[in-house]
Design a protein around this ligand. Structure first.
Ligand code: NAI
Length: 695
């Protein structure tokens, strides 16, 4: 039972917030604070009240788990608790150490005095969840630290140390010692001097240039907030602290808070916040699973992926043995790593000393002996089962027992790779995304026999190298690329039926994707997919149907690398230019296929492409390849440029309404000659019929 502890020290009552880990202000704790305060007020021996948390956290703010549940609004609500503190007839002193954020800071602002450790972490991060501080933060903070400083904190959501506010009335006393001791002495002083109670609400915001400053803030925020409404609402609410009486300001703030709570953007951000935490948990692997120690890593292959993967580890101090077959390949790989660091240095993100230190952590080698004592090996050689077989058999012979053997394969069968070794329990997929030193996503591929502690160790390691990891089962393409294949097919089909690549890209970019599928194809290179299709065609000529991308490749248009693909490119430039030659190619292709082009509007482009993702996502869930819908969203947000304000494809489907998604899919599936993959997944149909959602 989370609650507040009550105690009396001399003439001072001490209310200790006790809801580990960060004293989230859930319904039980809120009620506990009010009860404790009433007890203090009723006790004639008590002359002052100190409210405090743990050394780690005064309070991290609202209990995010309660968001959207009846508990979040249950009385006493946070505004009520704060009003009770502020109107207390005995002095209330907040003793702040550790995290003091969001509702936690707003609670402290309701006290009459505040004592804090200099290293306490202060923030109003609500904007990061698409909200604003809804319990007086936008009204009280400017009254204490001024308009500009308050706006900066509220609009960015950044965390700063309490020491930053030295000399402002936000803190009456800043200490480096035990904050409760300091607050108790401070309370004695307040009582001895009979100091008047300082209510923040009674102060005025000091800012002679308020209007000009607010106009400037509005322009700046409007230019950067893009799809998100919260930052501008923050400015509006803070503006009310200057222009309106306190209670009217509170009303403006409350209204804006409730309006934001109902926006799809806030729903998306709150979903992502929880989804990232959920992704770290594996249902059948306990959180306290003992981990294997990873002090040294081996990487096989210093190509596009191997180099970036190496950087992840040397960046955080883990030495890497980097193995190649030929000296030239090794030299080229090392030169690329060096160039990447030099670019960071030019941008001022790295010093020469750091660069030298990181490069010194790499041991290049052409021989497997150097891998004997590594704790983890990641293979990033050519995507060819034969090559992977040789590598894994050699690793099995050489690397010490208990080491983790990982493959970065994009699509090959991990269980088959594991079977090349006598230790399939130690084999796992670590699927990095390109560029591996930049992209946040890591798909952790769990084989049929992967041991739980190997999984748990890799999840922890992902955190250490600052990745967001999602567990995927074994299937062709894992979560991300398997869905991408359906999305790409939908985009191609739109071009067959009447759209142009630039229309499809434009519609999806307006929807919010970083890059449409055709621009993405030009960037990645169209020859890779073509090679795969030719292989499949050779293996099974009857089953193969030619697509327009084949015609493009036959004309030598492989994308940016050949200066032409779905678009054309000026030498040395990357901006796509629509090309009449492509229109002709497409028109010829349609004629050859006997297709009469039809007019396709942008909404249909978005529907087809995004629902193709959603439908395959549902199958992935159904098959247990992903443990939860939110894992799929994390994959798409971090690996495929899906827009954050949409919260991922699965949340987007929830917001559109699953019955609507099913209806559209059925319509696409019913078209003559439609691909069977348009049939809605049984899980999707079931959820829609039961009125449920993915998330
Ligand atoms: P790459 O062709 O750039 O690099 C492969 C490197 O492995 C080459 O430098 C080659 O010399 C070396 N190599 C080949 N056989 C070897 C052996 N037996 N021992 C040691 N080194 C050997 O290929 P890339 O793009 O880095 O791909 C590597 C792996 O990563 C593949 O499995 C690929 O599917 C996967 N992957 C690639 C992504 C990409 O965007 N390029 C994204 C995610 C995964």
């Amino acid at each position: 039972m989370s609650s507040a502890q009550y105690g009396v020290r001399g003439q001072t009552a001490v209310i200790t917030l006790d809801n580990p880990p960060v004293n989230g202000l859930g319904a039980a704790l809120r009620a506990g604070i009010v009860e404790s305060l009433e007890r203090a007020l009723a006790d004639v021996a008590v002359r002052a009240v100190v409210i405090t948390g743990s050394p780690r956290a005064f309070s991290g703010g609202a209990d995010v788990k309660e968001f959207g549940t009846p508990k979040s609004g249950m009385e006493p609500s946070l505004p009520t608790v704060i009003r009770v503190l502020e109107t207390s007839t005995k002095p209330v002193i907040a003793a702040v150490a550790g995290v003091c954020m969001g509702g936690g800071l707003e609670l402290a602002l309701g006290a009459h005095f505040r004592v804090a450790r200099r290293d306490a972490q202060i923030a109003l991060p609500e904007v990061k969840l698409g909200l604003l501080p809804g319990a007086g933060g936008t009204q009280r903070l400017p009254r204490l630290i001024g308009l500009e400083a308050a706006l900066n904190l509220i609009v960015t959501g950044d965390t700063v140390p309490a020491a930053r506010f030295e000399g402002t009335p936000l803190f009456d006393l800043l200490v480096d010692t035990d904050v409760l001791d300091a607050a108790l002495s401070f309370a004695d002083q307040v009582v001895a001097e009979n100091r008047p109670l300082q209510r923040v609400r009674d102060r005025q915001v000091q800012e002679p240039q308020a209007e000009a400053f607010l106009a400037f803030a509005r322009n700046t925020v409007a230019a950067t907030a893009k799809h998100f409404p919260a930052p501008l609402k923050c400015v509006d609410a803070v503006a009310a602290s200057v222009a309106q009486p306190f209670d009217e300001g509170l009303r403006v703030e409350r209204e804006a808070f409730l309006a934001l709570m109902n926006t799809p953007e806030s729903r998306a951000l709150r979903h992502v916040f929880q989804a990232e935490r959920a992704a770290a948990k594996i249902p059948d692997v306990p959180a306290d699973t003992p981990l294997r120690k990873i002090a040294k890593v081996g990487v096989i292959g210093a190509g596009t992926m191997g180099g970036g993967i190496t950087m992840n580890f040397i960046n955080v101090g883990i030495p890497v043995v980097l193995l190649e077959t030929r000296q030239e390949a090794l030299d080229r790989g090392l030169a690329t790593i060096r160039r990447n660091y030099e670019n960071s240095m030019k941008k001022g993100k790295l010093t020469q000393a750091q660069l030298d230190e990181r490069l010194a952590r790499v041991t290049p080698t052409l021989g497997y002996e150097a891998l004997r004592d590594v704790d983890l090996v990641i293979e990033a050689v050519f995507e060819d089962m034969g090559v992977k077989e040789t590598v894994f058999k050699t690793l099995d012979d050489v690397v010490k027992p208990g080491a983790i053997l990982a493959s970065n394969t994009s699509a090959l069968d991990l269980d088959q790779i594991a079977a090349f070794t006598r230790r399939p329990q130690d084999v796992i997929g670590l699927h990095f995304f390109s560029p591996a030193n930049v992209m946040r996503l890591l798909e952790v591929v769990r084989g049929a026999r992967t041991a739980p502690d190997v999984l748990a160790t890799c999840m922890q390691l992902a955190k250490q190298i600052k990745k967001v990891a999602v567990v995927s089962g074994v299937c062709d393409g894992f979560i991300g690329n398997r869905m991408l294949a359906r999305y790409g097919a939908a985009a191609n089909q739109l071009v067959h039926q009447g759209a142009l690549p630039q229309q499809v890209d434009g519609a999806l970019q307006t929807f919010g994707l970083a890059m449409g599928p055709f621009r993405m194809g030009d960037l990645a290179g169209l020859d890779i997919g073509w090679a795969g299709r030719k292989r499949r065609q050779a293996a099974n000529p009857q089953a193969y149907t030619r697509i327009v991308a084949d015609a493009l490749c036959e004309a030598g248009r492989f994308g940016q690398k050949t200066g032409a693909g779905w678009y054309r490119y000026e030498p040395g430039r990357r901006d796509p230019i629509p090309d009449p030659a492509v229109e002709t190619l497409i028109a010829d292709f349609r004629r050859e296929k006997g297709i009469t082009p039809r007019r396709i509007d942008d909404d249909e482009v978005v529907e087809r492409c995004i629902y193709a993702l959603v439908n395959e996502g549902a199958r992935i869930l159904e098959e247990g390849i992903a443990a939860r819908a939110s894992d799929i969203d994390i994959v798409y947000l971090n690996g495929y440029g899906f827009p954050l304000h949409r919260g991922g494809p699965m949340l987007y489907a929830d917001m559109v309404g699953l019955p609507n998604v099913v209806r559209s899919l059925r319509r696409f599936a019913a078209e003559p000659g439609a691909d069977p993959s348009w049939q809605p997944a049984p899980l999707l149909v079931k959820l829609a019929e039961e009125g449920k959602t993915f998330n």
